[in-house]
Design a protein. Structure first.
Length: 404
């Protein structure tokens, strides 16, 4: 597939001499193979929660042109795996610390358990699993991992470094830009060798500055900007948008029902972390844990609806719907008070505390029709919303001493 895209790009390049990219590529450039790849910086993948199976990252392979693939520099893949491994290292260290604590405090022989844990090779297994997840995503996006190679690559990078050219900035931390410089050089070399163009997706000013000086690279700042390039346009897209908007507005429609169910499931499946809780009572400490989250209501934003036609199935459409959810959060709060006589804490009381919180959500609906004239009750509808991690700021809570 990569070879065929390279041949298409080289053919197009011969017909149209490449000019320095300015602004954004045209629809013709995107769909005729002139722009044959895109690449996503680690920062944007991190902002998407490294969630390749849900949400916007999962939609990009579905709606992007078949002549375009994801090129991921090996450095980016390594950075992703490194970030994902942090929680694994932390959990492994916690297990080892707990094992040591049990040995000391209870005199329990943990040798067999420690041996079994070591035999699991948790860190090696996790790193391999994370790499496989990334590689599978790249394959789904018709792309490849870009190896660190190239004639005089190091020399050219140092030339950028000492001349303070992008991505190196005039600041002391510019040594940290070496990984970015390698990525950008590899991507530009690939585009030059293929006679093609590529799109960078990064919120790093060094990446956009580099693209500005490149004959082969465009740059967008967000994943939303990237996927927006592939949006459907024309009369058919307008007709589909009108049909979908009307179906979503109809509270009795199958589309609205599927969307509502998806939003409710999102609230239940997401992680809600309790933050910033305190008690106004002197000498009283409070601990809180998440208990339950339910969606009370939601408001849709029809003006923000976007549509894409799936290149591999022209009867299938992806629709992005924005919604503002009002969520009721129930928190289990336990209060402790210091006993100066026993010099110890005792549990004073516990109670459920409710808080309301608003969250913005993007839902991706995949509807298969044909949507422009098929009745919505006959559409095949799939709703996907990426699980999120939300913080709940509880604030000050006073214990309810009624009955105590």
């Amino acid at each position: 597939m990569l070879q065929s895209r390279r041949q298409v790009a080289q053919f197009v390049a011969k017909q149209h001499k490449l000019k320095m990219p300015k602004g954004l590529p045209s629809a013709a450039q995107l769909w005729n193979g002139e722009v044959s790849f895109f690449s996503i910086d680690t920062n944007l993948i991190q902002q998407a929660g490294y969630n390749f199976e849900q949400g916007i990252l999962n939609q990009i392979p579905k709606v992007s042109p078949e002549t375009m693939g994801l090129l991921m520099p090996d450095i980016v893949m390594r950075e992703i795996v490194k970030h994902l491994m942090k929680s694994v290292y932390s959990a492994a260290q916690s297990f080892e610390s707990a094992s040591s604590a049990l040995k000391r405090s209870a005199g329990v022989d943990m040798t067999a358990i420690d041996s079994l844990f070591k035999g699991l090779s948790v860190e090696e297994f996790a790193a391999s699993n994370f790499r496989m997840r990334v590689e599978n995503y790249v394959k789904r996006t018709r792309g490849s991992i870009l190896a660190i190679q190239g004639e005089d690559l190091a020399e050219r990078i140092f030339q950028l470094y000492f001349s303070e050219s992008p991505p190196f900035a005039e600041r002391k931390e510019k040594k940290a830009e070496f990984p970015d410089a390698v990525c950008l050089m590899l991507l530009e070399d690939h585009a030059r060798e293929c006679g093609a163009m590529g799109i960078l997706a990064s919120d790093d000013g060094g990446w956009s500055d580099f693209a500005e000086n490149s004959d082969h690279l465009y740059c967008v700042k967000t994943l939303d900007d990237l996927i927006a390039l592939f949006r459907a346009s024309g009369e058919l897209a307008a007709a589909v948008t009108a049909r979908v908007t009307a179906a979503i507005a109809d509270v009795q429609s199958a589309v609205r029902e599927a969307l509502r169910d998806g939003l409710e499931q999102h609230v239940r499946a997401s992680e809600w972390s309790v933050e910033d809780i305190s008690s106004g009572y002197s000498g009283v400490r409070v601990e809180a844990t998440f208990h339950e989250a339910t969606m009370e209501s939601y408001d849709l934003r029809p003006e923000a609806t976007k549509v894409w036609n799936v290149p591999t199935d022209r009867a299938a459409w992806v629709i992005e719907v924005a919604a503002l959810l009002k969520v009721d959060i129930t928190i289990d709060a336990t209060f402790y008070q210091w006993d100066s006589f026993d010099r110890d804490e005792f549990e004073l009381t516990s109670q459920l505390v409710e808080r309301a919180q608003e969250v913005e959500v993007k839902a991706f609906l995949t509807c298969t029709g044909p949507l422009e004239h098929e009745d919505p009750t006959n559409w095949e509808i799939d709703v996907e919303i990426a699980d999120e991690e939300y913080d709940v700021d509880v604030g000050e809570v006073d214990p309810d001493m009624g009955g105590h």
